[in-house]
Design a protein around this ligand. Sequence first.
Ligand code: ADP
Ligand code: MG
Length: 497
Amino acid sequence: MQLPADSLARRRLGPAPNQLFIDGQWVDSRSGKQLDCVNPSTGEVIARIAAGNVQDVGLAVAAARRAFEGPWRQMLPHDRQAIMLRFADLVDRHYDALATLDAMDMGAPLARLQGGSRQRALGGVRFYAGLATAIGGQTIANSVSRAMASYTLREPVGVVGAIIPWNAPLGSALCKIAPVLATGCTMVLKPAEQASLSSLALAELLAEAGVPPGVVNIVTGLGDTVGAALAHHPGVDKIAFTGSGPVGQSIVRASAGNLKRVTLELGGKSPNIVFADADLDAAVPGAAMAIFGNSGQVCAAGSRLFVERKIYREFVLRVVAYANQLKVGDSLDADTVLGPLVSREQMERVLGYIDIGRQEGARALSGGQRLVEGKLASGYFVPPTVFGDVDDGMRIAREEIFGPVVCAIPFDTIDEVEQRANATPYGLGSGVWTRDIHKVQRLTRSLRAGSVWVNCYSVVEASVPYGGYRMSGYGREGGLQSLDAYLETKAVWVNAG
Ligand code: ADP
Ligand code: MG
């Protein structure tokens, strides 16, 4: 992997090569092919990664299986916990370098990565490290006989295929690795082809922390090759997927062969509801960053902004003013609040939706076209775009755009907004801004989404479950129950009679 000298200096990690990490070794892909990594702030190729193929996946799954059947399985939870805590410390020590890799690879602003993201990433690994020694079953009263004891054991599900997206590369990798290590599973991690560098850098840190060879294998490459091979592989016991809905559905189909366990964290079209009685000084930046944070490349982004009609005009103008002062720029610039979109393809997709919105009769009140001044011309920059006069039936109000585009929609009553907010096949995030406890009580129950944020938005941490209703997927990441997806339950009957 070749990176500009200054970023190498900042990395202080071993030069992870354009290779795959299998069984604790860096190996070439059997494909002999590589993919370019492009810095979306500049359009420059900053590194190359191996384009893994089906054979590579086979080798990685075999290594993960050997590790699972080997000493890792016998290791005491206490020892796995110690390894995880060392790993967290190493990620902490190298965090700046890892964040720089993500900033260059996918365009997240460094400032964003240094804020809550840092605490979340480290806190997540430590949360699961804590759980490693807290996993246990149940003792159950049975009526068969007094001499019969029944209880459950929790056992690791086996080899996990983890397929992650590009929008939060480091955080996504860690939140797949941590439960695997905590439960004693092993894994093949497939990062997104647009943003694999920080995952590869983690390989060195995992080894240094004492994670045995084969426990975490990393195979880079294209989704329809590496990802699909994992989803089909009979030696993979579970797929943990975060990504788009259609790919999630293809994974469910592929999983049928060996009835893999599957958890899916998919997209959304999340409603963010602002009532006239809300603290508007908080709701304006809250509503803006709910969609514009990470340039809208967030699964739970508040992309449908419902505003009570009596404040609609004023509120939307304030969101526009707030959006217009957000500094858009190179992800490495310290004052950048919004970076580029991850790729030219993603930028074109988002610009395509902006055109569709105009054709459908919505009005772009801010943004609305690619930024091409000066240095920005070579990157993939789209400014925050607020669409007013949006009708619920428009495509921009129904389909996930995954960019800095928000649909502002007026409403009159709570009955009406409750129904319209839920009128989507998705159910990932939702937001409510109000000072009225009755509205809070009602909507926290009636909104059909995996998260409801009240007077805040997009707050996430590992101790709190995160995931979707309906087409936003199933299974939860974070929270105690998330471990269930990595564990089998065995019932034991002991007849002492
Ligand atoms: P996006 O289109 O936003 O990149 P995807 O769902 O395509 O979202 O990508 C999320 C992850 O899924 C990436 O790691 C990608 O390589 C992978 N992926 C893409 N297509 C497939 C597929 N057919 N099977 C398995 N994984 C895939
Ligand atoms: Mg895709």
